[in-house]
Design a binder for this molecule. Structure first.
Ligand code: OSB
Ligand code: MG
Length: 374
């Protein structure tokens, strides 16, 4: 594979978007009614590379917000990129690792450069990343519902649409009865739960109670900095623990695995600072027999397409949170829309880069802020 050897970028455009969700999405800690990603466009040689910083609207998932991502991008990440002129996305990733944390901000630029470089080489992003298949299985994430009955209605709907596993959000008081209701109605459903850091170790006996269920995994039961506490909890559980918020880097993944804090990892390229770090975590997990899957952040098609590419790597053996565009949005800003090839399966495009076109007019309509940096 030839590597792009010249830096040919003329400008970087940052945009703040506002995308209305079809219906509110509720986790243990917050409700989202609209999504506000930061989209980066890297321009040069007649090519646009696109990357989405899928930050949450408020600092309830991790520390970042759209405003902090903009700040980091404009004041630090983009100036470093334009000054140092890295010729590969891996070099850019290394350069950006000088910036502490702020993964979503770094990822927005890094992912845009992956897309640009893949397009410059005429390669699909998934092939450039080293993907080994062009069809990926996906699951769905269902927010906290008012009652177990309403949750079961939703679960039934998504099973019918073909999703290959169901994830339900849980919170203290909205946990065991909801899981119980789902298994009563759908005894064989591949089911997992996600607590988004809502429990303390002291309040974690509810997860021991869940030893009576066969869950695919329990995602992020404790606080993001509770790596040690997760290792204690894991010893008491029959269901595997999967970490999301706790893993912001390869070093975190290494420590969590070594401590026995998790036996599965949810990799979100945004949370870990981009596709290079995501791939490094994937490789470490593969070597340690820790399965991984690609998480989601209610992305637009830009972020979703990159997540699809990442999920073609061989150790992504579990269905990812990469739903169809229509799961969250009435229309997407990419074409074609992200849609199942068959039930619960997404097929990668053989076109170069992320494999989808950004719809200029649709993008303009949802852009609330735009700035070019030269
Ligand atoms: O914890 O995985 C999470 C959405 C926003 C923030 C955090 C999470 C989620 C989801 C939905 O679970 C994933 C998706 O479908 O994009
Ligand atoms: Mg999660």
């Amino acid at each position: 594979m030839s590597i792009n050897q010249r830096f040919e970028i003329d400008s970087v455009v940052v945009r703040g978007l506002r995308l209305e969700l079809k219906s509110p999405f509720t986790t243990s800690g917050w409700t989202t009614t609209h999504k506000t990603p930061i989209v980066v466009e890297v321009k040069g040689a007649g090519i646009s590379g696109w990357g989405e910083g899928a930050v949450a609207n408020a600092p309830f998932y991790n520390h970042e917000t759209p405003q902090t991502a903009l700040h980091i991008l404009k004041e630090f990440a983009i100036p470093l990129f334009l000054r140092e002129k890295p010729t590969t996305p891996q070099d850019l990733s290394r350069l950006l690792s000088r910036i502490q944390r702020n993964g979503f901000a770094r990822a927005a630029l890094e992912m845009a450069y992956w897309d640009w470089c893949a397009k410059a080489q005429g390669l699909p992003l998934y092939r450039m990343l080293g993907g080994t298949r062009n069809v990926i299985p996906v699951g769905v994430s269902i927010g906290i519902q008012k009652s177990p009955t309403e949750l079961c209605e939703q679960v039934g709907r998504y099973i019918e649409q073909g999703y290959k596993r169901i994830k339900i959000k849980v919170a203290p008081g909205k946990d065991i009865s909801f899981v119980d209701a789902v298994f009563k109605e759908f005894p064989n459903v591949p089911l997992m739960i996600d607590a988004n850091s809502a429990y303390s170790l002291e309040a974690a006996s509810v997860f021991e109670e869940m030893n009576k269920f066969k869950l695919m995994m329990i995602e992020q039961p404790l606080h993001e900095t509770d790596i040690y506490q997760h290792s204690l909890l894991a010893k008491r559980l029959t269901n595997p623990i999967c970490l999301d918020e706790s893993i912001e880097s390869l070093r975190d993944a290494d420590a969590a695995i070594a401590l026995g804090a998790c036996s599965i990892i949810n990799i979100k390229p945004g949370r870990v600072g981009g596709l290079t770090e995501a791939k490094a975590i994937h490789d470490l997990c593969a070597a340690q027999n820790v399965p991984v899957w690609c998480g989601g952040m209610l992305e637009s098609g830009i972020g979703r397409a990159a997540n699809m590419a990442l999920a073609t790597l061989p150790n992504f053996t579990l269905p990812g949170d990469i739903s169809e565009s229509s799961r969250y949005y009435t229309s997407d800003i990419v074409e074609p829309e992200i849609k199942f090839e068959a039930g619960g399966e997404l097929k990668l495009s053989e076109r170069s880069g992320i494999g989808f076109d950004v719809k200029v007019e649709a993008l303009r309509k949802v852009t609330v802020l735009e700035e070019a940096i030269l």
